[in-house]
Design a protein around this ligand. Structure first.
Ligand code: SAH
Length: 328
């Protein structure tokens, strides 16, 4: 089977059967590190909404995990008078239950298709796109092929598929050393294309945060995480998180094709420019017991050797909407 099917089936089972987040789970995300993350997202959206003339809006979150980001963002938004309808796009039954406990008035959706079509959308997705199935192409002596997952006895192994795939790659990326892998994420491109069309028609903005790269790049980034450790991608299908870095350059290109404007930055630069340092100090003054924890969280979210550089922020805006803060 193609790598995309292996990743898609493994993650579908993985996410629907558990809460993967936090110390007792497999990985920890930015909103689970500190309330400051969701607050910055909420205030960023509020600032945009104010400058757009305070229209009625819907808050839409893609893959909300435990609902922590939404809870912190909506609290910050409400403090400034923004109280949108709340729509959560979530595939996992187990996580919907937790999100329903955190966010009383949320409505659930299996995809963007059923999200309201008559109001501007304020869309957020943190560590959502990296979980969508990627396709891998590998350069062999016979040309580019789809990378497949095959069985060797009882073991999964990678193998090159039979069909020529050279036409799938732009001309200027075809000539690379044998063994080179190129990843694409058709699922992310399709979803983002729908999202961009919605913004163009309805107004609003989207903020997507994930690990990934801002310029096109070759090389394998598929990895498996279990109990906070990297494990082999065939170790425990369905019981480990499979992720891949997000190619933000493709998403920005799609947005531009739909006449939407975009901004991009590293997570560290963006959070710092928005004033998260001042927020950390304000919280520390209020709870002196938490000074060290707040400083640690600030470091983890912004430092170059932690999440600050690897994680990127892509903002997309409807044509007549203003651009958001924090992008320099
Ligand atoms: N945003 C959260 C959780 C990230 S984990 C946080 O930052 O903590 C990935 C989230 O995306 C989970 O909620 C998972 O159930 C959801 N998800 C993964 N693949 C999905 C898909 N194909 N459709 C809908 N939701 C999906």
């Amino acid at each position: 089977m193609p790598v995309s099917r292996y990743m898609g089936e493994s993650n579908a089972r993985y996410y629907t059967s558990r809460d993967p987040l936090g110390a007792a789970g497999d990985f920890t995300t930015a909103p689970e590190i500190s309330q400051m993350f969701g607050e910055m997202v909420g205030l960023w959206l509020t600032d945009l909404w104010v400058r757009a003339g305070k229209p009625d809006c819907a808050y839409v979150e893609l893959g909300p995990g435990r609902g922590t980001l939404a809870k912190d963002a909506l609290r910050a938004m409400a403090s400034q008078g923004l109280t949108p309808q709340v729509h959560l796009v979530e595939g996992s039954e187990a996580l919907r239950e937790i999100q329903g406990g955190t966010l009383a008035d949320a409505q659930f959706h299996a995809s963007m298709d059923t999200v309201p079509a008559d109001v501007p959308l304020l869309v957020v997705g943190n560590e959502f796109l990296d979980a969508l199935p990627i396709r891998q192409l590998v350069n062999t002596p016979q040309g580019w092929r789809e990378r497949m997952v095959a069985l060797d006895g009882e073991d999964f192994v990678f193998s090159a598929g039979p069909n020529p795939m050279d036409e799938v790659l732009p001309q200027d990326r075809r000539s690379q050393p044998h063994g080179t892998i190129v990843e694409t994420c058709p699922a992310a491109a399709a979803l983002f294309g729908d999202l961009a069309s919605r913004l163009a028609q309805q107004g609003g903005a989207a903020l997507l945060i994930d690990y990934g790269y801002l310029e096109p790049r070759s090389g394998e980034t598929l990895q498996a995480i279990r109990h906070h450790e990297k494990v082999g991608v065939f170790d425990a299908p369905g019981d480990m998180d499979l992720t891949a870095h997000v190619d933000f350059s493709v998403l920005a290109e799609i947005a531009r094709h739909k006449s939407l404007s975009t901004n991009a930055a590293t997570q560290g630069a963006w959070l710092t420019a928005l004033g998260m340092g001042a927020r950390a100090q304000a919280l520390a003054r209020r709870s002196p017991d938490h000074v060290q924890a707040l400083s640690d969280a600030f470091q983890r979210l912004t430092a170059e050797d932690e999440m600050g550089e690897l994680f990127k922020v892509l903002a997309v805006y409807a044509p007549d909407w203003p651009e958001g803060a924090g992008f320099g």
